[in-house]
Write a protein that binds this ligand. Structure first.
Ligand SMILES: [Zn+2]
Length: 145
C-alpha cells in the first residue's frame, strides 16, 4: 500500500457551503413557512428604524435634564456644563460647580468672595463730601476635595 493512500480517500467539501446554506434555507421555509420569515424581517426592519429614533430622543431628554447653561460668576464667560461634573472656567480658570441651574464658584472652606465698590458721592447737594464704600460679601460653597 502506498504511504499517501489516506490522501486519496479525502473528500473535497469546499463547494458544500453554498449548497448547505440553500438546503437550510429551504428547510426553514418549508417547516416554519415564508410568512413567519417575512414577519421576522419586517420586525427587524422596524427595530432598525426605531432604535435610532429612541436613542436620539433619549439623549435629548437626558441632556435637557443634565446640561446647565450659564455664565461664569467671576468673569461672565458663557459656559455649558453638566450638573454633576465640576468644571473650571476656560477663560479665568475659576473652579465652578452647577447649582440650581447656574454656576457657582467653589473654593476651600472658609474662603470669602468679596466684591468691593468704591462710590464717590462728593457731588451730592445734601451733605458733606464723603466716600462711601459698598462691600458685597459672598461666602462660597466649600470645594469637594
Ligand atoms: Zn471665568
Amino acid at each position: 500500500m502506498a504511504p499517501n493512500g489516506f490522501k486519496q480517500l479525502q473528500l473535497n467539501f469546499s463547494g458544500m457551503g453554498c449548497w448547505l446554506t440553500l438546503a437550510i434555507g429551504f428547510l426553514l421555509m418549508t417547516t416554519v413557512g415564508i410568512g413567519w420569515l417575512l414577519k421576522s424581517l419586517l420586525v427587524l426592519i422596524v427595530l432598525l428604524l426605531l432604535i435610532p429614533v429612541v436613542l436620539v430622543v433619549g439623549v435629548q431628554f437626558w441632556l435637557r435634564r443634565n446640561l446647565v447653561e450659564g455664565s461664569c460668576p467671576a468673569c461672565d464667560q458663557p459656559l455649558t456644563g453638566f450638573k454633576t461634573i465640576p468644571l473650571s472656567c476656560p477663560s479665568c480658570g475659576a473652579a465652578l460647580q452647577a447649582m440650581d441651574g447656574t454656576f457657582v464658584r467653589v473654593a476651600a472652606e472658609g474662603t470669602i468672595d468679596v466684591d468691593a465698590i468704591n462710590v464717590d458721592v462728593s457731588n451730592l447737594d445734601d451733605g458733606p463730601a464723603d466716600n462711601v464704600t459698598i462691600v458685597d460679601v459672598d461666602v462660597l460653597p466649600p470645594a469637594d476635595t
